[in-house]
Ligand binder design. Structure first.
Ligand SMILES: NC(=O)c1ccc[n+]([C@@H]2O[C@H](COP(=O)([O-])OP(=O)(O)OC[C@H]3O[C@@H](n4cnc5c(N)ncnc54)[C@H](O)[C@@H]3O)[C@@H](O)[C@H]2O)c1
Length: 417
């Protein structure tokens, strides 16, 4: 049986059997809007499983089609815009145009990035050689980019989110819904703040999250992968987000565990730094698997200590174990940590980020710093030897080899000087 048929069979067993962009379906704690490619291509918008159009979603959209805006246009932002634009073209309950806010940059040939995207349909800097779609409009003006949008997709390095939210205050529709694709967290005076919470509180709107094993360049060329939407209590909106992003090659499920999903996406970047360090030391797969296992345990413990509502099952969705694996095998955090380790920790992460990532931003080092701040404040370092050690290595208080020099059974307290 081809894989697409397997997915169809699984979906049919599990519930409505809808495919082709139908409403997401629940498996224990999850829903999926996956599709068989041929059915999806030949019958856009059709609910193939039941023979009805999109499980009734269409009716609820008849009054006013949703308008999607994407805030951010880096590597993942461009792919997110491409996915949303594909669905906006084929589904009647979305307006065709998907506007993307571009942090304006002058390219080496003197042209502006937004002009080039509009001229070529390509983000030549962050996602070269991939067409975003004829209905994508790049807009360097934040206010016009989000005008009249009912669905706001936030996707940028997390260090910029606070400033962007400040600028968006009073500029968005009060009934807009948001989703964050951002991996990272901020430390406020009152403790850690998840990005979805920051967006919700600053703008007064609902904010879900989408995380998963999603290396952007692979999804850009339509290689099969999965993602998880985490929502708080608005399942109807979670269904809509599944519609915005789901395609036959990008299978999106939803779970009611916004914090669990977001923490998975955020914390795995610290583990990816550890995996890269191990690669740079020339160690093999056993070592990397051990690092991933220890890292996953720390991810689960940290998430549950902060948010007791976080569910174990979330770690087995795409946002959990699958994202951890892909990030530790590929991805920018692993890559830069590998180089850091190969240079014996003599060149800084900042320097290597500039040299190796062409304007893309590292997340793991910053997240490790933010997490370590909390571990220290709570006196939890001994329970998180891997997270603590990654931070100590990244700040050059320990050599890269320290990543394999602790025992989980007898963790030592790391004292930073
Ligand atoms: N790239 C991936 O494969 C991937 C996959 C999943 C999730 N993510 C997450 O998505 C988020 C966005 O990553 P990305 O890959 O789209 O971006 P990126 O790292 O490729 O690019 C950096 C972006 O930041 C913008 N920028 C630079 N300075 C800025 C400023 N002062 N204010 C606002 N924006 C500024 C740049 O224009 C560019 O769009 C991150 O949280 C990342 O962890 C990335």
């Amino acid at each position: 049986m081809p894989w697409s048929a397997c997915f169809m069979a699984e979906r049919t067993r599990g519930g409505s059997g809808r495919i082709g962009g139908g409403r997401g379906q629940e498996r224990p704690g999850a829903a999926t809007a996956a599709a068989d490619r041929s059915a999806w291509d030949m019958a856009p918008g059709l609910d193939v499983g039941s023979g009805t159009r999109d499980g009734g979603l269409l009716n609820s959209y008849e009054a006013e089609p949703d308008r999607v805006a994407v805030i951010g246009s880096g590597n993942w932002g461009s792919v997110a815009a491409r996915l949303a634009a594909t669905n906006a073209r084929r589904l009647p309950y979305f307006q065709d145009e998907v506007r993307v806010w571009v942090y304006e940059e002058k390219l080496s040939n003197g042209e502006l990035l937004s002009d080039v995207i509009n001229k070529t349909q390509e983000n030549v800097k962050y996602l070269p050689n991939v067409k975003l779609g004829p209905n994508v409009v790049a807009d360097p003006n934040l206010e016009t980019a989000v005008k009249n949008a009912t669905m706001l997709v936030f996707v940028m390095p997390h260090q910029f989110i606070e400033g962007i939210c400040q600028k968006l205050k009073g500029k968005i529709r009060p009934d807009a819904k948001a989703i964050s694709l951002i991996k990272g967290m901020e430390m406020g005076d009152d403790g850690p703040r998840l990005i979805s919470r920051e967006i919700s509180e600053q703008l007064g709107i609902d904010c879900s999250v989408l995380m998963g094993a999603n290396i952007a360049n692979e999804i850009a060329v339509e290689q099969f992968s999965e993602a998880t939407v985490g929502y708080r209590d608005d399942k109807e909106t979670a269904d809509k987000w599944v519609q915005v992003f789901g395609t036959p090659y990008f299978q999106v499920t939803h779970v009611q565990d916004v914090e669990g999903v977001e923490l998975c996406g955020t914390l795995k970047n610290i583990v990816a730094i550890a995996a890269g360090l191990v690669d740079g030391l020339g160690m093999g797969n056993n070592t990397k698997a051990a690092i991933m296992r220890i890292g996953l345990k720390e991810m689960i413990l940290f998430s549950k200590l902060l948010f007791p509502s976080v569910q174990d099952a979330t770690f087995f969705e795409s946002c959990g174990i699958a994202d951890l694996i892909t990030t530790c095998l590929g991805g920018r955090n692993r890559k830069v940590a590998d180089a850091f380790s190969k240079h014996g920790g003599k060149r800084s992460f900042d320097e290597l980020e500039v040299e190796l990532l062409n304007g893309q931003k590292l997340q793991g080092v910053l997240t490790a710093k933010e997490v370590f701040g909390l571990l220290k404040a709570k006196d939890w370092e001994e329970s998180f030897p891997l997270f603590s050690t990654v931070h100590a290595i990244a700040t050059r208080h320990l050599p890269p080899s320290a990543i394999v020099e602790y025992s989980e059974r007898a963790p030592r307290k790391i004292v930073l000087v």
